[in-house]
Design a binder for this molecule. Sequence first.
Ligand SMILES: [Zn+2]
Length: 214
Amino acid sequence: MLVMGSMEWASTIERGEFFCPKCNATKSYQRKIARPFLTLYFVPIIPIGGLREFVICRGCRDRYDPSVLVGSNGIERASAAATAATMASFDMEILRLMALMIVEDDYVTEAEIQMAMRVYQGMMMQELPRSELERACREVVALRINASRYVGIAAQGMTYDQKLKAVQAMFAVAGAEGQISPKRLKSLMDAQKQLGLDDVAFQSAVKDATAWVA
Ligand SMILES: [Zn+2]
């Protein structure tokens, strides 16, 4: 049995003092950047989701959004950089989620490839080279990534809007052949649960996805 999990690699990028809202006092803090990794037998294999930046109070050990430090030097610039990193990694997330859908039935078809490239271009406003898509498909197969598990971990770093896009992308690829197999339908239902989307949000994302399929 494969032992898969996730872990977070964090590094401290700044130390200082701030006013902690919970301690209600001036405390020292560490500002950290963390990136979650999918692990296989406890070895980090691939990064999932964007960089997450947070501040830890050395008093109460609570985590805060870096905006708690507003007023300190350079914080706005650092946050903008973190946002850009999150956006860039969402490209990668969409690519992997579509690759997982494509390889789910152990059979890659031209219609699926074309659909994935079209959806990516529509969502990201940039072309997806076929070679990159093929590489992503080989990667998810080689690592035997479990789709539902992956969605669950990736969802933690996604905004609501990104989750809706993730559903659309997976649904469009799943339906590229004009019909969705029971196995894929089950994957999509699992994805809804993993993403924490209610029925109304999920159904409207699916409806939007049919525009790609048509
Ligand atoms: Zn505190």
